[in-house]
Design a binder for this molecule. Structure first.
Ligand SMILES: Cc1cc2nc3c(=O)[nH]c(=O)nc-3n(C[C@H](O)[C@H](O)[C@H](O)COP(=O)(O)OP(=O)(O)OC[C@H]3O[C@@H](n4cnc5c(N)ncnc54)[C@H](O)[C@@H]3O)c2cc1C
Length: 475
């Protein structure tokens, strides 16, 4: 009898640098790839009642699964598709194909761990084994100079112990053939947005057009950002901008669902440095990927604490469950243009720049005094690139209960607005009500006289909301 392994694709929807797939191919003669649309993830709600997965991320995942299936079919294999609970669907599949092992990337955050634990127990009942591999990070934990429990609590300390010291591993090659057994059951269809309870995306901004899920598009974006446009060479200068497609890499969505491996990004980046250009900008992309690894390690080190109100440092904080303030923030109606523009972008595309995320999170926590968990859960729902460790790690950081060594950091929003959107182009794009307002006044329209507001075609409180807080403190 030929040995068979199932590969359970989770947040690793790619063929390149896929450790689960590589290990399964080494161990078994036949390999059965599977993806399960977990109904709890696509149809469930977060604790504050948001949809667990927005239409943007759902669409991106559907596209990624379709792309993966097409790649597997080209190699003589296929992707079995199921909708339901992975722990049940995969153990049923394991019984059907009489496999010996199920391979998957090990997840470290509560909900994902609970699913993999249940699957492991179900597999034990039928004499099969769940084999865990890694694959999310740039560095393997075994290569680090400290155990996970000793990961430094300050990013700079972590970085200095890694960069230029720990060698980078090369990504694994994509397989050329994947032997697939005779399978007489239904292979399953990829569900539509409607099947998963979502409407179609009603907007047509650049982000809606360009964020297309799948390894093919991930590799295209990598090539585009490095070789096709050389935008990488200006990354350090442009990365804090907010308007448009080219100011930062936009790799996050593909990295989050694993259409792109961070080791693959690094391999291409090093090649680019060798053959085209090496400068501070190319270094800075590596620097940001280190942040990604860092938050994953912090998630491992502190476990559930990243999801708790007092955060990893267990600091009492007085954020209130003020849903009125939260709704104004969520709907882009705070009367503070930088915040409203960013929140409208998130609602209409599922994406927001890093600069935007820092400002809106700071505003919700420090100015509106709202419980940061509500904001983090809303981000979890909406972000096309949602990743539990990056999201909750960054929220912990901004709430002052995480890894920020500076006490009580608080953004001055109009100052940030003037610095990073000096002419107000980003604000005007997302807030057409302020279309005629010149750059000199757009950052704090509530400071304009009624006459001046009327001259520029709006009245606060009527056409655009009055500021939700007293903004005099920012003058
Ligand atoms: C409150 C808040 C929530 C966030 N939630 C997420 C999230 O759920 N998923 C996510 O991928 N990123 C998150 N980030 C980090 C960051 O904003 C995004 O990774 C980045 O904006 C994505 O755009 P990009 O790919 O063009 O980034 P680039 O600037 O091109 O950076 C390259 C890559 O580096 C990584 N990276 C960059 N900055 C960070 C960071 N601060 N933390 C972790 N990784 C980083 C990402 O993988 C990114 O794709 C969050 C940041 C904040 C402040």
């Amino acid at each position: 009898m030929k040995h068979t392994a199932i590969v359970w694709f989770r947040n690793d929807l790619r063929l390149h640098d896929n450790e689960a797939l590589t290990e399964a191919l080494l161990k078994a003669e036949m390999v059965v790839p599977v993806f399960v649309f977990d109904e709890r993830v696509f149809k469930g709600k977060t604790s504050f009642g948001f949809s667990k997965t927005s239409v943007y991320r759902t669409k991106f995942i559907i596209e990624s699964v379709l792309d993966l299936r097409a790649h597997l079919r080209k190699l003589g294999s296929d992707l079995i598709i199921r909708t339901g609970k992975p722990e049940e669907e995969i153990s049923r599949l394991a019984a059907e194909v009489q496999s010996q092992w199920v391979y998957c990337n090990r997840e470290r955050t509560t909900e994902e761990v609970s699913v993999q634990d249940k699957l492991e127990k179900n597999l034990w009942k039928i004499g099969q084994e769940l084999c865990y591999v890694r694959g999310k990070m740039l560095y393997h934990t075994a290569d680090l100079p400290f155990p996970v429990s000793q990961v430094p609590d300050i990013f700079t300390t972590f970085r200095k112990e890694i960069e230029n010291i720990i060698p980078l591993r090369k990504p694994l090659e994509a397989p050329e053939v994947i032997p697939f057994p005779v399978y007489r059951h239904d292979r399953g269809e990829v569900p539509t947005l409607a099947d998963l309870g979502k409407e179609t995306v009603p907007y047509q901004h650049i982000e809606n057009e360009k964020f297309i899920g799948g390894e093919s598009h991930a590799l295209k974006q990598l090539h585009y950002y490095l070789y096709e446009t050389n935008h990488i060479s200006q990354y350090k200068e442009t990365r804090n901008k907010m308007l448009g497609w080219t100011f930062s890499s936009k790799f996050s969505a593909w990295l989050a669902i694993g259409c792109l491996s961070p080791k693959k990004v690094m391999q291409e980046l090093l090649q680019y440095e060798k053959t085209v250009n090496k400068n501070e900008s190319t270094y800075w992309l590596y620097f940001e990927l280190l942040w990604r690894d860092y938050f994953r390690l912090i998630g491992k080190k502190y476990g559930n604490r990243i999801f708790q109100k007092n955060g990893i440092r267990n600091i009492q904080n007085g954020g209130r469950d003020d849903m009125v303030a939260f709704h104004a923030w969520r709907d882009g109606k705070t009367g503070v243009p930088l915040i409203d523009a960013n929140m409208r972008q998130l609602a209409q595309t599922g994406f927001m720049s890093n600069r935007g995320r820092q400002n809106v999170a700071s505003f919700l926590i420090k100015d509106l005094k709202v419980n940061w968990l509500i904001g983090a859960e809303y981000f979890e729902s909406m972000l096309i690139d949602y990743d539990p460790c990056s999201n909750y790690g960054n929220w912990n950081y901004i709430a002052g209960i995480g890894n920020d060594p500076r006490e009580d950091r608080c953004f001055n929003i109009p100052l940030q607005s003037k610095k990073y959107d000096p002419n107000g182009d980003f604000i005007r794009y997302w807030i057409p009500e302020l279309d005629a307002v010149p750059g000199t006044h757009i950052h704090q329209p509530d400071l304009m006289s009624i006459e001046m507001q009327a001259k520029y075609g709006f009245i606060t409180g009527k056409d655009y909301p009055s500021a939700i807080i007293n903004t005099a403190k920012w003058i």
